[in-house]
Design a protein around this ligand. Structure first.
Ligand code: ARG
Ligand code: ASP
Length: 775
């Protein structure tokens, strides 16, 4: 018999080598493949559910409580009456839209004390997944092996349209079909989208955004980053346009909420809609990101943030005008800094090179493989070489040139100018005029020309000095000749003459165009500048960029297919692509640097410490929170005189996972995901189990704020609170058969539903695009 001591010795030896069986797992997994790929491992880590409990097409399951919130975040159902929990930063736009100086919900918070007070949000959607299918065969049907990429893509688009149509005809459902593993596989998600989503509650920003940019992407964290919405449905419980007669939606499942909290080592999973990752990039790409692209983008945003900081400090008006812009510029900036450091710390380039060496050896060991994969690495090399100068030009155009508000705003008038020059039908011109007119007030409300002028001088100087002269657009050449590269002088000219620096200027220009006077855009110095840069982008950057990326997509398709053959024991997960995924891991502390260990949770204590330090404006707190703290009035939500606030675990998450439920071993809700730690932000490109942590609001802090702070206990009443190990699954008698996608609507209803669907899609796309652009 082996003695216990020997076992303990081996366990310790394994741990010291970093080989622990309880190691958190990397990956964002497809719900329908959990049984095959992950179930046993999840159970080994402590999960008491089956894969079928998480995702099932035969009965209601956890997935029926998860929604894509507006196409850019995740939300979860937490009551039988459609109550939806997501992040404060996900509902921020809606909260802001309902806010005015008189009803400043951003500052004061908002709580609907009854259903009548819940606020509708036109354009906002919540999308459930009805089921998913592997449609690889149908999508790749009829494509000859020797088809060119263009032919292949065209055939795929035809197949996708056909399968979507066949799968949803006669239903109010939609179908989303996306490529996985660079087009080696295709999966379809059948979706149901609700369109009447109302705001129910939001804490003041001093709670929901506590720590602001100072703490963003950081642990230890103390943000109550949550907000509450409610899904409304028609009388038949199906999606409907907004109507005061709509009723709270009754979901197939809502997550019971655990009051038991989290302990180190606990199993957790995150169920949501991660946006975009690139885990299979080659060393060439990582090198580019780490050594060229990230440093350039960080430098440009550094410069811009310094100017914004200075002007925001000097003027309250500017501070308010630029708050949201500053936050979004800072969000990606800070992430890239962490990402580059994390890539370096994880030795990513060297590790990738090692893998590529192995791949080449494996490929050369067999004639057929050599034929198929032998040339791949050389091809990667060649294509990444072809991007030299292109990627960096693109970065400077998008970050530096388009980082100047005047240039970005003038770009918006390109279409109008084209129509005027082409003497297009008046109707089309009017449509543009109308669109642009709508945007004027919004733009100038948050625009300060003197600040933008400083940004102009600084950012265009960077563009001019950092990018090879051979790659300069005409406008920069002109600055060299006419202004000897002095952008202050050039700025004086642009900001004194361009119509885009004032609301009156833009309004007058549009009025002149309406009145049929000469087109004022063509002669405007600001418009000319924007046009020159955009023209350069369109003709000198984009064609190569697109072509090479098409080539690379094909190479990656082959590379990933090869890797999966080579590493048969490794489980592969596809890159995130805004479709429903499951990540799992355990509640775990980490060591950010040698000699420092961060605990796995934070408490209200830390909020008071930060507030008392006065270290940042971001640490101001509401008086009521301090009172509750002083009185230790935590109700049933505190433990041992402490109020838990946030915790970390090793789930693999990314942008879009914000608002995702974090679920315990029994399927109960324990928190809401909202961020990652700074040391772990490279997880979009490579996962380092020692460093990658997702950050969640402890669900008990959410309950405490709703109940004790806001006095909105009626909302807690409708939730299902549990404090034991009871299963978090739908009760057996409530496990209704999920309806098959069968015809259920009249032709007319169908047309209406489709129109609404398209509108919602367009809206979501626009939102997503805006989100990407500002970040
Ligand atoms: N870093 C988080 C996520 O990328 C949340 C950002 C919102 N908070 C902020 N202070 N900007 O997107
Ligand atoms: N904060 C991110 C989001 O908004 C989540 C992340 O990137 O970890 O989705």
């Amino acid at each position: 018999m082996i003695s216990k001591r020997i076992v303990a010795f081996f366990a310790a030896a394994f741990l010291s080598l970093g080989i622990s069986t309880a190691r958190p797992d990397e990956g964002m997994w497809l719900p329908m493949l959990l049984k095959q790929l992950n179930e046993s491992e999840m159970q080994k880590k402590g999960m008491k559910l089956s894969a079928e409990d998480i995702y099932s097409i035969n009965q209601s399951s956890l997935k029926d409580a998860i929604v894509s919130f507006g196409g850019f975040c995740t939300g979860e159902m937490i009551s039988a009456e459609g109550l939806l929990l997501t992040n404060h930063h996900c509902g921020y736009g809606q909260i802001q839209n309902h806010s005015s100086v008189k009803n400043d919900y951003l500052t004061e918070g908002f709580w609907a004390m009854n259903r009548q007070q819940e606020l509708p949000n036109p354009g906002l959607t919540a999308t459930f997944i009805v089921r998913m299918d592997d449609v690889t065969k149908q999508i790749l049907a009829g494509i000859p092996a020797n088809a060119s990429e263009t032919e292949r893509e065209a055939a795929i688009q035809r197949n996708i349209a056909k399968v979507r149509q066949e799968s949803t005809a006669g239903t109010h459902y939609d179908a989303v079909i996306r490529p996985y593993f660079y087009g080696n596989e295709y999966y379809m998600y059948i979706t149901e989208t609700f369109r009447d989503i109302r705001l129910v509650g939001a804490p003041p920003s001093s709670i929901g955004k506590f720590g602001g940019d100072t703490d963003n992407w950081m642990w230890p964290r103390h943000t109550g980053d949550f907000s509450l919405f409610r899904i409304y449905a028609g009388a038949d419980n199906k999606p409907a346009d907004y109507s005061p007669n709509n009723k709270p939606y009754q979901p197939k499942h809502h997550l019971p909420i655990s009051l038991s909290g989290v302990n180190e080592g606990d199993f957790t999973m995150v169920f949501g809609f991660p946006g975009r990752t690139n885990e299979y990039l080659t060393s060439h790409a990582i090198q580019e990101i780490q050594e060229v692209s990230n440093p350039a983008k960080i430098k440009i945003r550094d410069t811009k943030l310094n100017i914004l900081n200075e002007d925001m400090k000097a003027s309250d008006a500017v501070r308010i005008q630029y708050a949201a812009k500053h936050a979004s510029v800072a969000n990606a900036w800070k992430k890239w800094i962490g990402e580059s450091r994390g890539l370096r710390k994880a030795n990513t380039i060297a590790r990738k090179q090692e893998l590529e060496k192995q791949f080449n050896q494996w490929a050369s060991a067999d004639a057929a493989r050599k034929q198929q994969y032998g040339n791949l690495m050389a091809q990667f090399e060649k294509n990444y070489k072809a991007l030299e100068g292109i990627t960096i030009s693109r970065d400077y155009i998008l970050e530096a040139a388009q980082g100047v508000e005047l240039i970005k705003y003038a770009t918006d008038f390109t279409k109008l100018n084209e129509l005027l020059e082409a003497k297009a039908p008046q109707q089309e011109i009017n449509a543009q005029l109308e669109r642009l007119e709508k945007g004027i007030a919004g733009f100038f409300k948050n625009y300060n020309a003197p600040t933008d002028k400083k940004v102009f001088v600084a950012l265009l100087s960077l563009y001019y000095n950092d990018i090879d002269q051979k790659l300069h657009p005409e406008a920069l050449k002109m600055v060299r000749q006419k202004y000897k590269g002095d952008f202050s002088k050039y700025a004086d000219e642009v900001y004194s003459k361009s119509l885009f620096t004032s609301e009156a200027g833009v309004r007058k220009a549009l009025a002149d165009i309406k009145a049929g006077k000469a087109n004022p855009l063509n002669n405007d110095v600001g418009f000319q500048l924007a046009n020159s840069i955009n023209e350069y982008y369109r003709t000198q950057v984009l064609p190569t960029y697109t072509q090479v990326n098409d080539n690379l997509n094909l190479l990656y398709r082959s590379y990933v297919a090869g890797l999966r053959q080579m590493q048969q024991d490794r489980k592969f997960y596809p890159d995130a692509n805004s479709t429903l995924r499951v990540a799992y891991g355990i509640v775990e502390p980490y060591e950010p640097v040698d000699g420092v260990k961060y605990k796995h949770y934070t408490t209200l204590e830390g909020i008071m410490e930060k507030a008392a330090s006065g270290a940042a404006e971001d640490y101001a707190i509401p008086a009521k929170l301090k009172q509750l703290y002083d009185a230790k009035d935590y109700g049933p939500y505190g433990v041992d005189g402490q109020m838990p606030v946030a915790f970390i675990a090793s789930n693999h998450t990314t942008g879009g996972n914000s608002g995702s439920p974090i679920i315990n071993a029994n399927g109960q809700l324990i928190g809401t995901n909202f961020d990652r730690n700074w040391e772990g932000t490279m997880s979009d490109l490579t996962y380092n189990p020692d460093q990658v942590r997702n950050i969640s609001v402890d669900v008990r802090y959410m309950l405490f704020i709703v109940d004790k702070f806001a006095g909105a206990g009626h909302l807690v009443q409708e939730m299902t609170l549990v404090s034991d190990d009871t299963s978090g699954l739908p009760q057996v008698d409530a496990r209704k058969k999920v309806e098959a996608a069968k015809p259920e609507l009249s032709k007319k209803e169908l047309r209406r539903a489709e129109k609404a669907k398209r509108k919602a899609e367009k809206e979501a796309k626009k939102k997503a695009k805006e989100a990407v652009e500002v970040d």
